[in-house]
Design a protein around this ligand. Sequence first.
Ligand code: VGL
Ligand code: ZN
Length: 193
Amino acid sequence: MPEAASCEPRQGDALVVVDVQNDFLPGGSLAVPGGDAVVAPLNAWLGRFAAGGLPVVATRDWHPANHCSFAAQGGAWPAHCVAGTPGAHFAALLALPAGAIVVSKATSAEADTYSAFSGTKLHERLRDLGIKRLFVGGLAAEYCVLHTVRDALALGYRVVLLRACIRAVNLNAGDGERAISAMRRGGAVILEG
Ligand code: VGL
Ligand code: ZN
């Protein structure tokens, strides 16, 4: 079991909001069941981080129209989060602060990546800010949240996973729960809030 840590956000913490984009919400092209339910609890965390003057990162899937992960190219997913389209916009009700650090990922046609650390400058940005611990929520639990958390732990960050702020696609029943177990085993602290 990871040692019990204070889960009050403090200096050295950042909130990472993963891919809360219209295409992952009900009505979107790759809708995550109940995906819209993460917005209200994430807004509560956004308020806490704003109150503490602490940084917020918002990641987004930001694919070209001919991305290799799309079915038309032989990939596993329907077209989703095409850069600049309404489906790629952050959820309208997500209360991102003006100063949020936006990280676009999987931006080239030839490669897919689920981790916000892969092919981005996120690690450098966080290091420059002196960030040691990440509070993570968003979509989808077993894809971009899981891979982002795995990389964060491998890079030496402590991770607090916000259980109420994630939802899974669950292509196979239990995928989301297995992802949460894997993150816990990997050292993430699971916070119910
Ligand atoms: C995601 C499937 C395809 C995610 C991105 O953000 O979890 N899932 N692309
Ligand atoms: Zn994608």
